[in-house]
Ligand binder design. Structure first.
Ligand code: BGC
Length: 385
């Protein structure tokens, strides 16, 4: 049910995108996939309705078979146990993700009582203990958002040995680890978006403003500060690198005034940006934050320093949290990038279902980010709210 509502939003957004011609092609990809999924869900109903008014024994028999198959599918999942490990419950983005994941799993036929979601409290030892408990409990599938991506090898080994299929989410294990899954034909996959794209989108939103508008101090360069998420996390590494690369790819000169770790946290980012603004004052032209929670902290610091986004400084984040979208609409944030937790959580659940049903999965399941400026922020807000 919930999924249908979500999908309808996505379809509406896709229609709006196509009508206005704003945004790039990638925006339409995920919604199209959802629309297809929805069509799959709604078509049998439509056929059943048609069957009522235009009796057709063949159609009715096919419908009955479909309904029986659906019911069997649901029954098959209803008693399956899903273990979900989240690196830290207090993370804003992962809260959206896990809420949607649970709703979607239930909509697909799992019983809420059989879905257990645990908080790793940003501590790998705690999470490893939770994985051990899930293994002892013989869950049918594990969905893991690792505290440290570098622990993936150890996690994979123990989960595979226990014969439990594994879906990693949000924090991508490195290439060598992913190669092991393919080489050994293990039931292990990763679901997530390519963080390089989100970084590139951040940089492009700045480039689109034009160098003249960004170079407030007229030194011919873009002077920026970077606020990074957890440095162990590939999302943080790529966003840091590719946001700036988009500027240099456009032929712009850049100057990094400060690059610090805010651990994805609003309060830490606020402090970092307050200090950097105190030190570099009006020379700070752009603030790049690896996520929106930190961009919201940066905005507090920017406003306290008497600076005005869009007038004497620019600010970009990633995730499209609703608060950040309101800021983009109000002009108090330059832009953000939609980190599609609907598509990621649905794909993770679908991958889990495929494993349970013996269908298997590719070892990497990607998705697209969407660039968000004042032009399309309302559209995205309507979707996430
Ligand atoms: C999100 C961050 C979040 C992190 C958690 C990233 O993809 O953009 O907001 O803190 O994932 O791993």
């Amino acid at each position: 049910m919930k999924k249908k509502v979500v999908s309808l939003f996505l379809v509406a957004a896709m229609a709006a995108t196509m009508m206005t011609g704003c945004g790039d092609k990638k925006e339409a990809d995920a919604p199209a996939a959802d629309a297809a999924a929805d069509a799959g869900e709604t078509t049998p109903d439509a056929a059943a309705d048609a069957g009522e008014t235009t009796p057709d024994a063949g159609t009715e028999a096919a419908d009955a078979a479909d309904a029986a198959a659906d019911a069997a599918g649901d029954a098959e999942l209803a008693d399956k146990k899903v273990g979900v490990c989240i690196y830290q419950f207090s993370d804003n983005f992962m809260t959206l993700f896990r809420t949607e994941l649970e709703n979607y799993l239930v909509s697909q036929g799992f019983s809420a009582d059989n879905i257990t979601i645990v908080d790793g409290a940003n501590d790998q030892a705690t999470q490893t203990g939770q994985i051990d408990i899930f293994i002892a409990d013989k869950v049918d599938v594990l969905i893991i958002n690792p505290v440290n991506s570098s622990s993936a090898e150890t996690i994979t080994d123990k989960v595979v040995e226990a014969g439990i299929p594994l879906v990693y989410i949000n924090r991508e294990p490195d290439e060598a680890e992913q190669k092991r899954w393919a080489d050994n034909d293990w039931n292990v996959t990763y679901v997530g978006c390519d963080a390089r794209q989100s970084g590139t989108f951040q940089g492009e939103m700045i480039v689109d403003l034009g160098l003249e508008a960004v170079d407030f101090n007229g030194n011919g360069k873009v002077d920026y500060i970077m606020v990074e998420g957890d440095p162990e996390n590939v999302d943080a590494q790529y966003r840091t690198e590719f946001s700036v690369k988009a500027l240099t790819d456009a032929g712009w000169e850049v100057e990094c005034l400060s690059d610090q770790v805010g651990n994805w946290q609003q309060d830490q980012a606020q402090q970092i940006v307050a200090n950097a603004l105190g030190q570099y004052g009006n020379d700070v032209e752009v603030v790049f934050c690896n996520n929106d929670a930190m961009a919201l902290g940066a905005l507090q610091a920017i406003q306290s320093a008497g600076r005005t986004v869009g007038t004497d400084i620019y600010l970009v984040g990633v995730d499209a949290l609703s608060e950040a979208l309101e800021d983009v609409l109000a002009g108090t944030m330059t832009g953000t990038v939609f980190n599609d937790h609907f598509s990621q959580s649905h794909s993770a659940a679908d991958a889990a279902i495929n494993y349970i049903k013996g269908a298997g999965n590719e070892h990497y399941i990607g998705c697209d980010y969407v660039k968000v400026t004042a032009e399309n922020a309302q559209e995205i807000l309507d979707m996430v709210k």
